[in-house]
Ligand binder design. Structure first.
Ligand SMILES: [Ca+2]
Ligand SMILES: [Ca+2]
Ligand SMILES: [Ca+2]
Ligand SMILES: [Ca+2]
Length: 386
C-alpha cells in the first residue's frame, strides 16, 4: 500500500509538468477474475514459489554465476534465487537490506564488473528517499548511496567491461561510476525517464533521456557519452510515438531489428514500441494505459521461422493495478490479464523470455508476490496434451 501512496506522489509530479493528461477510463480487464483476453491461447503454471523472495521485480537468464552454463536468476525485493536449468534446484540469497524500506524497492540483476557472477541493484520505483544499494551475489552490500539518482539504469559507457549507471535526480541527469560515485551531473529541467542504450551502434552505451516541450509539441531525444557530451539529439513531434509523450519509457530489444535500442512507451490506451529514428514498430491496443504508467517489456520467441511476440507489464498508479499483455508483431492483443497491486496475486515487473532445455521455443516468466509464473502458448505447452 505504501508503494501506492508514494506512487501518487509520482503522478502528481507528472501532472505538474504535463497538466493536460488525457482522461483514461478503467479498462474492462480490471473487472475480470482471470485473463480478459486470450484465456484459451496461453496457459500458465507456477515456475517457482518462495515467500522469502518478496515481490519479484526482475528475472534474468544467462551465465550469471560461477558455474558453467546458464541460470535463471530471480530478484525479489527481499531476496534472490539462482535456478539451474536442468535440476530446477535453487539457492535462496537473502539481502542484507532493511525490510521496512521494501515498499518502494525494485531489485535488478546486473553483472556490474563483468566477471560472470551477478550483482543485485536495489533501486526505487520513484524517489521515496531511500538509498540505492548495490549488493554482491551473496546479498551483501557493496555500496549504498543516497546521493545518486533513486533509480539507476546500467550500461558500459566506456568499454572497460564494467557497468556504469545513469539516472535522473531532481532536475539533473547523472552518470554514476561502477563504485557508486557521481561522475558528472547535468542540469536538465523536465527530463523524464533516463536509460542506457547504444544509440549510435558503436558498442558503447549512451545515457538517453527525453525532454517534452509541450509549447512546441515536441519531444527532444538526447544521448550523452561517458564525458557528458551530446552525441545524439533528435527532435520529434510530441506525439512521436503515435499517441505517447514518450517521456516515460523503457529500453526493449526487438530481434527483427538487430541489437539496436528500441523504446517501449505507454501511450493513451496503447503501448508503442518505437525505434530511435521515430519509427513505430508495434502499436498495440492497451485499454486503460496512460502516459504516466510504468512499463517493462521483452520479446518472446515462438520458435524457428516464426515472429516473436511482445510481452509487457504495465503499472498503473491511477488504477492501482498491473497489466500483463502479450501482443503479436502486428500489434494485435493476444492476451491480457489485470491484477490489483493490493492483491497477493499481483503481477510484478519481473519479465523474462526463457528457452527450457530441449525445447525450440521460449516461455515467458513473470514475477509475482513470492513466486514466478511460467506462461506459454497452449499449443506448445507439454501440459496441454493431457
Ligand atoms: Ca552459470
Ligand atoms: Ca559480477
Ligand atoms: Ca564501463
Ligand atoms: Ca554508442
Amino acid at each position: 500500500m505504501l508503494l501506492l501512496l508514494a506512487g501518487g506522489g509520482f503522478v502528481a509530479y507528472k501532472q505538474a509538468i504535463e497538466p493536460n493528461l488525457p482522461v483514461i477510463s478503467p479498462p474492462p480487464s480490471l473487472e475480470a477474475e482471470g485473463p480478459s483476453t486470450g484465456e484459451d491461447l496461453f496457459v500458465h503454471a507456477i515456475f517457482l514459489q518462495d515467500r522469502r523472495l518478496g515481490g519479484v521485480s526482475d528475472i534474468a537468464v544467462g551465465d550469471l554465476d560461477h558455474r558453467a552454463g546458464t541460470e535463471v536468476v530471480v530478484a525479489g525485493v527481499h531476496g534472490a534465487a539462482v535456478i539451474e536449468d536442468e535440476r530446477r534446484k535453487y539457492a535462496l540469497i537473502p539481502y542484507a537490506l532493511d525490510p521496512d524500506r521494501d515498499y518502494a524497492r525494485l531489485v535488478e540483476v546486473v553483472d556490474v564488473d563483468g566477471d560472470g557472477e551477478c550483482e543485485f541493484l536495489a533501486n526505487e520505483l520513484h524517489d521515496a528517499g531511500g538509498p540505492v544499494v548495490l549488493m554482491d551475489h551473496t546479498g551483501q552490500v557493496i555500496w549504498e548511496s543516497g546521493d545518486v539518482p533513486p533509480s539507476l539504469s546500467a550500461g558500459d559507457v566506456d568499454g572497460d567491461g564494467e557497468l556504469e549507471f545513469a539516472g535522473r535526480i531532481d532536475q539533473s541527469v547523472a552518470l554514476v561510476e561502477t563504485d557508486g560515485t557521481v561522475v558528472w551531473r547535468r542540469e536538465i529541467p523536465h527530463a523524464g525517464s533516463v536509460a542506457m542504450a547504444d544509440v549510435d551502434g558503436d558498442g558503447l552505451a549512451e545515457i538517453i533521456y527525453f525532454v517534452v516541450k509541450p509549447e512546441e509539441a515536441q519531444v527532444v531525444v538526447t544521448g550523452r557519452d561517458d564525458s557528458g557530451e551530446v552525441v545524439y539529439e533528435a527532435t520529434r513531434k510530441q506525439h512521436w510515438a503515435t499517441g505517447g509523450f514518450a517521456d516515460s519509457f523503457t529500453v526493449c530489444p526487438w530481434p527483427e531489428h538487430g541489437e539496436a535500442a528500441h523504446i517501449l512507451t505507454p501511450a493513451s490506451r496503447h503501448l508503442v514500441l518505437a525505434n530511435l529514428e521515430g519509427g513505430t514498430v508495434i502499436r498495440g491496443s492497451a485499454p486503460g494505459t496512460n502516459i504516466v504508467d510504468y512499463v517493462w517489456g521483452t520479446p518472446v520467441s515462438r520458435g524457428p521461422g516464426t515472429e516473436p511476440y511482445l510481452a509487457s507489464l504495465t503499472y498503473s498508479m491511477k488504477f492501482e493495478a498491473s497489466f500483463l499483455r502479450l501482443h503479436d508483431a502486428e500489434g494485435s492483443l493476444l492476451f491480457e490479464r489485470a491484477t490489483s497491486l493490493n492483491d497477493d496475486d499481483a503481477l510484478w515487473p519481473g519479465l523474462a523470455a526463457w528457452q527450457p532445455p530441449g525445447e525450440d521455443h521460449e516461455v515467458l516468466l513473470v514475477g509475482g508476490n513470492g513466486k514466478v509464473w511460467r506462461y506459454e502458448m497452449a499449443n506448445s505447452a507439454p501440459t496441454s496434451t493431457q
